[in-house]
Design a protein around this ligand. Structure first.
Ligand code: HDE
Length: 750
């Protein structure tokens, strides 16, 4: 008999004895680990509390085997004699090696490379839904969207699409933006992208699209890039791709950071209210920091110098205490409105322009916690657009319909078991009970004899829940059709919105698109593919655009506009990233270049002025190790030139101090740093003797301050007087603009 006192066991409630009637389970005490029987909702910590149950921390602990046996030596295998063969009975060797041999799981067939973070979603108190609706309950019963006093925990994973798990972050590609909401009514996965249209209209085409864009099958080249024959061959034969191609050639495909990226649900979904009435909805995520891009030359350098740039960016800002935030917005429209549009809302290659239906912000998401373990959380998180909660439903978009099959199927392949939902990161916080109780790696211990329905042995539990009490009920859409395998005529216009996108771009954005087309199609060997792209697709978007592309890729420019060129000059300002630049410098990373003999006052005053505005200032010097200022202050540089390049920063600042600036003028790196930042349209500032370094770089067509007033010219801010406040203010404004496209940096040798 054990002398163990059951009340010592923390898992046992002291108020309960063995003879007491069992109390109904409450939070954490339900029959399934970590699930909640508390029907009153979730809070920001619900998911973290659940994860806490499975966290393991080796700090101060003994090394053991997987089965808890203490290990005395983990470096030497058991051998027959000092120099003899290894012995089979070495269970520690076998376990260690077997675990290692099985460490990897299949990477995602698309979206393999990514990163993620925890946070919460909170609806706004009284969202402005325009004249049509008074409040959100009118259109949806989803509690996650309608309870402003509740923070629902979320996990968001961002990703590139084409590259494999180890590929670079800054490739030209669509970005995935997938959020798992652990709601009180079960998990809702909003699995979107950072671009609102998609490449194709029907799920049947997806394997072809992916085969075309992935590395070519014979030589597995190129990695993480569309710039090769098979992709553009496919594209040139699929005019429906044109709209998405315009987005992919734009700066949207080169996001500055995940925290500076919009997200879109892409498909039209449905919201359903208590009465079972439905409206259509498009979901939008809008980053608080604005939507910003990198430039192409910068991205290619980042592949080598900082290839985890976006992954690191997300981790760094959260670890440094800044929690990135997005607003969730909805475009709401009913069936009648949908019929008025000149496109089909079920066609995923189309957007609903904001000029037609405004985006109404309804809540915010904050990401505030990095994962503890990349594999357990980021790699094992498994999304499925079929995870919806009451009040959110699907439309008949044929791409979405296909996804509802594919994601469950792909998780079976990745995890080898239908129990992938039991992995901690995927497990709902909401309570769950059903008769699915077996399969590979089953974790829960489901009690009771009856694992079927109907049953009398277990009182027929667990019970079905009527819709009015929270059971999921699909929207009762009337469907009556003949089986048919074809494409609806309403899906056939491929150029109207591609032209809308082109028309809405600023001139620098148009230049970026043309340059991108030159690179992408310049890597296509077959002339007939390049010609089809120009004549059959681009010439039906805009004749001048097609001509400019043709001129860079050896194709004869088309003589006249394409036969299908849409007859409109409409624009939608919301499509241009230049209209998505809020006046903030929060989280921007600024390099301050110094050497021994820097001006103390400049460094300390400017650093705190910029940090007060939320920027992150890093001191960069030739070598690491303490540097001294003119007044004896010392600083420890954050980075040295070997490890820091301008491409990793948003802006560069050169303080005064003649000794410091003279030293930098003798070095190549600081000059290259400035020239390269100029080439990438980044804000540059120099004060006092710091301006001499800019003179030494000889920036083309740029005014630099002489002895007089502050000069701010195309994002280059210089001053030789002592008004640091005015200088910091002007630099701050230049940083808020993000990039200074009005520059002409072609001649810069960087
Ligand atoms: Fe996906 N997609 N997809 N996709 N997708 C996957 O699921 C698929 C589509 C998206 O961070 C896979 O778990 C099909 C549109 C994101 O884990 C796979 C079709 C949109 C992620 C799959 C589409 C997306 C995926 C691969 C056309 C934007 C990463 C691994 C019918 C709305 C989620 C996985 C994460 C991942 C299939 C089209 C977004 C194979 C068949 C449209 C963000 O199931």
């Amino acid at each position: 008999m054990s002398d163990h006192d059951p009340t010592d066991d923390p898992r046992i409630d002291e108020s309960t004895t063995a003879t007491d009637e069992p109390e109904p389970a409450t939070d954490g005490g339900s029959s399934q680990p970590g699930t909640s029987d508390d029907a009153d909702g979730v809070d920001e910590e619900s998911k973290q509390d659940q994860l806490e149950e499975v966290r393991e921390n080796p700090e101060g602990e003994d090394l053991t085997s997987d089965h808890g046996v203490k290990i005395s030596d983990t470096d030497n295998s058991l051998k027959a004699g000092e120099r003899g063969p290894t012995i089979m009975e070495d269970f520690h060797f076998r376990e260690k090696m077997t675990q290692f041999d099985h460490e990897s799981i299949p990477e995602r067939v698309v979206h393999a490379r990514g990163t993620g973070a925890h946070g919460y979603f909170q609806p706004y108190e009284d969202p402005d839904l325009g004249d049509e609706y008074d409040d959100l309950e009118e259109v949806t019963k989803a509690k996650v969207l309608t309870k402003p006093d509740q923070k629902t925990p979320v996990f968001t994973r961002f990703s590139t699409v084409v590259g494999s798990r180890g590929s670079s972050d800054t490739v030209r590609d669509v970005r995935g933006f997938a959020t798992k909401f652990y709601t009180e009514e079960g998990n809702w996965d909003l699995v979107g992208n950072n671009m609102p249209p998609f490449f194709i209209q029907d799920a049947m085409e997806f394997p072809d699209l992916v085969h075309a864009i992935k590395p070519e099958p014979d030589d597995a080249i190129p990695q993480a890039s569309a710039a090769h024959d098979t992709f553009w061959d496919f594209a040139s034969l699929k005019p429906e791709i044109t709209h998405m191609i315009m987005w992919v050639l734009s700066g949207r495909a080169l996001p500055r950071a995940y925290r500076m990226m919009q997200g879109f649900g892409v498909h039209t979904f449905r919201l359903v209210n208590d009465e079972g009435d439905s409206v259509f909805v498009k979901f939008h995520w809008t980053p608080k920091l604005g939507t910003h891009q990198l430039v192409w030359d910068e991205t290619t350098k980042l592949w080598g110098k900082d290839s985890d740039f976006n992954r690191k960016g997300l981790y760094d800002v959260i670890e440094e205490g800044y929690d990135p935030e997005w607003e969730l917005g909805v475009q709401l429209f009913d069936e009648e409105q949908a019929e008025e549009f000149d496109f089909d809302v079920l066609d995923p290659t189309k957007i609903v322009p904001e000029t037609e239906v405004p985006v109404r912000p309804i809540g915010k998401m904050v990401l505030n916690e990095t994962p503890d373990n990349f594999f357990a959380e980021v790699e094992q998180v498994a999304f499925h657009p079929g995870n919806v909660v009451p009040g959110i439903d699907f439309s008949n978009d044929p791409l979405l319909q296909g996804r509802l099959f594919s994601y469950q199927d792909t998780q079976l392949n990745r995890f080898g078991s239908a129990n992938w939902d039991e992995i901690p990161i995927n497990r709902p916080v909401a309570d769950r009970h059903n008769n699915q109780r077996a399969g590979f790696m089953r974790q829960e211990i489901n009690e009771g004899k009856a694992s079927y329905k109907p049953n009398s042995i277990g009182d027929d539990d667990p019970q079905e829940v009527p819709a009015e009490e929270g059971g999921y009920e699909h929207y009762a859409e009337k469907v009556d059709g003949t089986k048919i395998r074809n494409r609806s005529d309403s899906f056939e216009d491929h150029f109207t919105q591609a032209r809308l996108f082109w028309n809405s771009m600023s001139e620098p954005e148009k230049d970026n698109i043309v340059d991108a087309a030159h690179f992408e199609l310049g890597n296509v060997d077959r002339m007939e593919i390049r010609e089809r792209m120009v004549y059959d697709l681009f010439n039906n978007v805009d004749h001048e655009f097609a001509t400019r592309v043709a001129e860079g890729i050896g194709v004869d420019p088309p003589e006249s506009p394409g036969d299908e060129l849409p007859d409109h000059d409409r624009e939608d300002p919301s499509l241009s990233m230049e209209n998505r630049t809020p006046d903030t410098i929060e989280t921007r990373k600024i390099a301050m270049l110094i050497d021994d003999g820097f001006d103390d006052d400049h460094v300390s005053t400017l650093k705190s002025a910029l940090e007060d505005e939320g920027a992150r200032v890093k001191i960069v010097s030739k070598l690491l190790g303490e540097k001294s200022g003119t007044d004896g202050e010392t600083v420890d540089p954050d980075k040295h030139h070997v490890a820091a390049a301008s491409v990793s920063f948003d802006a560069v600042l050169i303080p005064g101090g003649s000794e410091s600036v003279d030293a930098m003028r003798q070095q190549g790196s600081p000059k290259h740093f400035v020239a390269e930042a100029f080439k990438h349209y980044k804000p540059i500032a120099a004060v006092g003797e710091g301006t001499d370094l800019l003179e030494a770089v000889d920036l083309p067509e740029t005014d630099i301050a002489d002895d007089g007033d502050l000069v701010s010219d195309t994002g280059v801010v210089t001053c030789r007087n002592d008004d640091l406040e005015e200088f910091a203010e002007a630099f701050r404004d230049a940083i808020a603009q993000h990039r200074h496209w009005e520059r002409e940096p072609e001649e810069v040798p960087a």
